[in-house]
Structures are given as structure tokens and as C-alpha cells.
Write a protein that binds this ligand. Structure first.
Ligand code: PRX
Length: 656
């Protein structure tokens, strides 16, 4: 276990600016002041079952619940036991029944500039047709379906189509490599992949189907590959395998527009989403139906203060949890209009996002700190060319935001009139856990502030004593929490519940509580690194490196990076007598591209003759971080051979 990031601690420890929500915002907000926030929060903690039941009653249920929270098999908590519902019904049918069918659900924009507007009725029709295609291909309730698509409407459509018929989707971010697809498909025993011939990124067409073909070549569980044609105007070479591969646009024309939503049990599996942990193997995080439904709905409603005429835009990809909850399920359940964009923020130029905001009159904008730092670097001129006056609320997600980036966002994008919600949460939590309430909470640059309703955070020592700076823990179960790790219940218990004897959920982050009771997130305390908001386990890279025949051992660490938040540095020990040269470096980078994806490339690969280890053989990553960040070395007395670090330190400096 590593210690809290000293650089992050340093950057926020002197921050004491405070910004009250603008009065005009508060006066019309759902939670209009701290008194209202506290009253609701206290109710949610004093009687969580009543609180969550009231939230759930705003949604549609085929059958109501017998019990809101069943803790009898903790930590396998069950929410809304006995109920029957359907997420796709709550995202679509409910709005049509309540007269919102003609409202735009999605203003979609492709990177080359092609557009499509889908009303809630249009989306309902497309989801029904996609669901009927899945059924026609033999998909049944409970089957796992892998989805590897670019940010095109069919991504949201196929996710909702799975939910409609009770198939379990496992979306794989379209930046992952063929090997990553293979691992996820095999672990979930998926029977189908939905993909596209390609997708646009910075003016280029990524040939997705070819990556899928390579990924599933050895996966006997796959019986069908459904292929969306994205390259209609720029045909892509897309060989189709007879009997296995099907064109989406051909099948969609052969099915009915109506597909009734399956009545799902509260704890039926809704989706799997693989995420990185501290081992070399990603975990299939399990989210089930009813609890996730209510949590995604309520967090969206309050944290984004959603109002009927809002135009919301989240720039995340549906391949990550942010897109699952705050593009698809949470937002659509609230019946608002949103923007969905396929491509890069700097194509055709660095003003693309601001152009989209101006064009669609976006009112709520939710993005990642890494994107904000890139905008800052590109310069204010790109922002100044555009009218962003429709914006009323800003949000950030995925990694700690440095106060400088927060201030730039506040001034340049929000014109000092938009509250910023810095939302801390995880794939595992399903939705927001710590966040300001935009009409209530005075914000501080870089701080996720206070808990959402029903969430009880505490900061603990390793031994479980409450402290002001230490390890973040969550006291009570909440409806959006993960229900397990697919196929590995023991790993679920060990990873999240064992640290303090089953009393608390352990998220893996460090935190500090300030004099106002606000919580500052200080980064991960385990070997997970957050590169541009993408969560990467250092052990995953290490296991890729050691597959190279010349590599004996490796240790990967995260270091601060100006734009990406964190970057990766790999220390690689080569087998005696093998060359340590540029050629080997290139081969190692190519192995990361193939084994994980280009987004996991290290900033730097350092060849080292040995690694600092304790006498019991454990690599001391803390010392590697000290070396990489040019800090004075911490305690080295437990090292088996202290000369290793001295040598590495001078070598690192020489290479810089
Ligand atoms: O370290 C925290 C960081 O991202 C981790 C979760 O990553 P992932 O499951 O990929 O989900 C990202 C989107 C929710 C957390 O353990 N993190 C997320 N949001 C914040 C954050 N760190 C600081 N501030 C945040 N707002």
C-alpha cells in the first residue's frame, strides 16, 4: 500500500478560496441552500429506507418492493427486494406515456460534422428494433453481450436494447486493444459482440471490426458479431465472416418497432463493466437493476439540478462508468435533452467543444480535469470566439482537479456565474458519492466537498481509527453500489470489505477533511493510476512487460503530469546479457498497445539493473516514486540492498 500523493497534498493544502453559489442559481435550484441540503441529508441518514423509497416512487415499477434494503447477506446487500422494473422502460416508455415523446433525447454530432436528433419516441423505436434484432439472433435474458462501439447513437441504443430484454451488457471502451477485448469476452462468456466497421477520431477512421476479429478469434463463446456501418460515406474495409457476422442496418429493417420491456427482478444483473485494480487482471464490476436505477436517477436529478428545459452535455465515453450513468441511465431517466459527440475535442480545431455548446445552447457541461488542462494549454482564444452564455452549471469527474484548472474553468467557461460540481465517485459506486449541491454548497477549488444523500464517508487509519487525513471509507450501503466482481465473490469481499473487518466499504482513495468538514480527495492509496481520467492498474502493465523474453522484472508507478493528471513511468529489469536499447523500448511500447491500448503507454521506460526491494522481496514503489519525482528518498533502512536506489537515482537523473 502506498502513501497519499505528496504532490497532491501540497497543491491543495493551502487552498482556502470559497465560492458561494450565485443567488440566481440558488433561487431556482432543487436544493436551494445549505439548510435544505442538511435537512435532506439528515433525513437520508436517519431513515435511509424511507428516503430511498420516496425517490424510487418517482419511477415506474411493474411490481413494488417488499423491502428497501436487505442486509442479511452483507456485504451482498440487496435493494428494493421483490420489485420488478426495467431501466429501458424508465428511460423511454415512461416519458412517452407522460407526454414527453416528442422532446429531443439526444442531439448527436459525429466528428466529421454529420448530425442526428433523436426524440424520446425515436429512441424508443430504435431501441425496440435493436432489441428485436438481438432476440432474432437468439439472445436471451441473462446472456452477456459485449459492446465495442464508437460514440454513435447505436452505442446508447444497444445498451438500452440489452436492458430492455434483460441481456447483460459489457461495454468495452473503443480504445482498448484486441487482447483486452479477448480477456473481457472470455471472463464474461459473452455470446455476441456489437461493434462497428469504424469510428472517427481526429479525422481518421479507427477500424474497429478488425480489432474485434482479432480479439474474438480464440473466443468459442462468441456466436454472433453485429456490425454497425459507420463508414457509409468513407467505406471501410470490413470483411464479414459468413454465419457469424451480421450488418446491423440490414437486420434492423427486418424487425418490428415494438418490443415490450422485460420485467426484471430488482437484483437481476444489468451490466458488467471491467475496471482496473491492483492485480494484472481487470475486474468485472457487477451492477444490478433496481438500486442502480434509483441511484443513477436521483444523483443526476440533484447534482445536475436537472430542469425540463436543460440541454446537458457530458463529454465522457459510454465505454466508462461516467457514460453509463451520466449519459445513458441517469440522464435519460430524467427525461432531459442531451448532446452526444463522437470525436476529439480538437478536431477540426481546438474550438470544437465550444462550437458544440454554442450550437446546441448547452446549459450543463460535465467534463474531465484532463480535458480542462488541455483547453488551458490550447489558449483562451478558442473559447473567446464562442458564445457560452447559455451555460448555467459545470461539472468535473474522474480525477482530482488542481485549483488552477478549477479557477480557469470557473472564469473562462463559467464566466464566474456557474457553480462547479466536482464529483467524486467510481465504477464501483455506480454514481456520485461526494459532490457539491450546485444551488447550496459553497465550493472550494479542487474539493469534492460533501456527501450525496444517503452516503456516510469517514476517514480512517489502517487500523480503523477516525482521523482528519487518511484513507477514505464509506459507512453504509447505498443503492448504486456494486454487487460483486463477476465470477469471483471472494475477490469482491477481499478487495472492498476486508480492510476494516467488513464494517466499511474501501474505495482505495486517500482523503483529508478540512475545518468546514469538506472532504478533499488526495488520489489513490493503492497501485492504481489515473491517466487522463482513465483508471489503469500498474500490475496490468507489469504483466504485459514480463511477457517479453528479455524482461526479468518490472515496476510501474504513476507520477504527476501537467495535462494527464498522472503519467506512467516503467522501471524494467532486463535479463543479463540482453540489450537495453531503443529497439527494446519500442517493442515494449508495442506490447502495451496490443495488451491494453495506446492510452496506457508509459511516459518513460527506464532500464534498471535491479529494483529496490525489502528483505522479503517486496518492491518498494514509494522509493521509485521518490526517484521519479526527484524527491529526497524516504526511509531506506528496510531495503535488502540500499545501493540499488542510489544507483537508480543517479541513472534516472542522467537520463533526464
Ligand atoms: O481515485 C478516484 C478518481 O477516480 C477513481 C475511480 O475511477 P473510475 O472507476 O474509472 O471512475 C471514474 C469516474 C467516476 C476514484 O477512485 N476520481 C474520480 N472522481 C474524482 C476522483 N478523484 C478526485 N476527484 C474526483 N472528482
Amino acid at each position: 500500500m502506498s502513501t497519499i500523493s505528496p504532490s497532491l497534498m501540497e497543491s491543495v493544502s493551502h487552498e482556502n478560496r470559497k465560492f458561494a453559489p450565485p443567488a440566481v442559481f440558488s433561487s431556482a435550484a432543487r436544493v436551494n441552500g445549505m439548510e435544505a441540503y442538511r435537512a435532506l441529508y439528515e433525513r437520508s441518514i436517519a431513515d435511509p429506507e424511507a428516503f430511498w423509497a420516496e425517490a424510487a416512487s418517482e419511477l415506474h415499477w411493474f411490481q413494488p418492493w417488499e423491502c428497501v434494503l436487505d442486509s442479511s447477506e452483507a456485504p451482498f446487500f440487496k435493494w428494493f427486494r421483490g420489485s420488478r422494473t426495467n431501466l429501458s422502460y424508465n428511460c423511454l416508455d415512461r416519458h412517452i406515456e407522460e407526454g414527453r415523446g416528442d422532446k429531443v433525447a439526444i442531439h448527436w454530432e459525429g466528428e466529421p460534422g454529420d448530425t442526428l436528433d433523436l426524440s424520446y419516441s425515436d429512441l424508443h423505436r430504435e431501441v425496440c428494433r435493436c432489441a428485436n434484432v438481438l432476440k432474432k439472433l437468439g439472445v436471451k435474458k441473462g446472456d452477456r453481450i459485449a459492446i465495442y462501439l464508437p460514440m454513435i447513437p447505436e452505442l446508447a441504443i444497444s445498451v438500452l436494447a440489452c436492458a430492455r430484454i434483460g441481456a447483460v451488457h459489457s461495454v468495452i471502451f473503443a480504445g482498448f486493444s484486441a487482447d483486452s477485448i479477448r480477456d473481457r469476452v472470455l471472463d464474461s462468456e459473452a455470446r455476441m459482440v456489437i461493434t462497428g466497421d469504424g469510428g472517427y477520431r481526429r479525422g481518421k477512421m479507427l477500424e474497429l471490426k478488425k480489432i474485434v476479429d482479432e480479439g474474438v478469434a480464440s473466443c468459442d463463446c462468441i456466436s454472433d458479431v453485429l456490425v454497425v456501418r459507420r463508414g457509409e460515406s468513407h467505406p471501410v474495409d470490413c470483411p464479414m465472416q459468413e454465419g457469424r457476422d451480421h450488418w446491423y442496418h440490414e437486420l434492423i429493417g427486418q424487425v418490428d418497432d415494438i418490443c415490450p420491456a422485460e420485467e426484471m427482478d430488482a437484483e437481476d444483473l444489468l451490466f458488467l463493466l471491467y475496471t482496473s485494480g491492483t492485480t494484472g487482471k481487470p475486474k468485472g464490476i457487477m451492477h444490478t437493476t433496481a438500486g442502480y436505477q434509483v441511484f443513477s436517477y436521483l444523483t443526476s436529478k440533484y447534482v445536475f439540478d436537472l430542469q425540463p428545459d436543460d440541454v446537458y452535455w457530458c463529454t465522457a465515453d459510454v465505454g466508462w462508468i461516467t457514460g453509463h450513468t451520466y449519459i445513458v441511465y441517469g440522464i435519460l431517466q430524467n427525461g432531459v435533452t442531451q448532446v452526444m459527440y463522437e470525436g476529439a475535442p480538437n478536431h477540426p480545431d481546438e474550438g470544437r467543444f465550444w462550437d458544440i455548446i454554442e450550437k446546441h445552447k448547452v446549459t450543463i457541461f460535465y467534463t474531465a480535469p484532463t480535458a480542462i488542462r488541455a483547453f488551458m494549454k490550447w489558449g483562451d482564444q478558442w473559447v473567446e470566439k464562442h458564445d457560452l452564455s447559455t451555460l448555467r452549471l459545470l461539472g468535473t469527474v474522474g480525477e482530482p482537479i488542481n485549483p488552477e484548472a478549477w479557477m480557469w474553468y470557473h472564469k473562462k467557461i463559467g464566466s464566474e456565474k456557474c457553480p462547479i460540481v466536482d464529483t467524486w465517485w467510481q465504477t464501483e459506486t455506480g454514481g456520485h458519492m461526494l459532490t457539491p449541491m450546485p444551488g447550496a454548497t459553497p465550493t472550494k477549488p479542487g474539493c469534492a466537498t460533501l456527501p450525496f444523500f444517503g452516503i456516510e464517508p469517514v476517514i480512517l487509519t489502517e487500523e480503523g481509527d477516525e482521523v482528519d487525513a487518511g484513507i477514505l471509507a464509506i459507512k453504509k450501503p447505498w443503492p448504486g453500489m456494486l454487487r460483486g466482481i463477476y465470477g469471483d465473490p471472494q475477490r469482491f469481499k477481499d478487495t472492498y470489505w476486508c480492510k476494516w473487518g467488513g464494517k466499511y466499504y474501501f474505495p482505495g482513495d486517500g482523503a483529508r477533511r478540512d475545518e468546514d468538514g469538506y472532504i478533499w480527495i488526495l488520489g489513490r492509496v493503492d497501485d492504481v493510476v489515473n491517466v487522463s481520467g482513465h483508471r489503469i492498474g500498474t500490475a496490468e502493465l507489469e504483466s504485459v512487460f514480463v511477457e517479453h523474453k528479455d524482461v526479468a522484472e518490472s515496476a510501474v508507478i504513476g507520477i504527476p503530469h501537467e495535462i494527464k493528471g498522472q503519467g506512467l513511468v516503467a522501471f524494467v529489469t532486463v535479463i543479463d546479457g540482453c540489450a537495453q536499447d531503443e529497439h527494446l523500448r519500442k517493442e515494449l511500447v508495442a506490447m502495451i498497445d496490443k495488451g491494453i491500448g495506446k492510452f496506457a503507454r508509459p511516459e518513460r521506460i527506464v532500464f534498471s539493473s535491479d529494483l529496490p526491494k525489502t528483505r522479503s522481496g517486496k518492491i518498494m514503489r514509494r522509493l521509485l516514486r521518490d526517484i521519479a519525482e526527484g524527491r529526497e528518498l524516504g526511509n531506506t533502512t528496510t531495503l535488502a540492498d540500499p545501493s540499488v536506489v542510489e544507483h537508480l537515482q543517479s541513472q534516472f537523473q542522467d537520463e533526464t
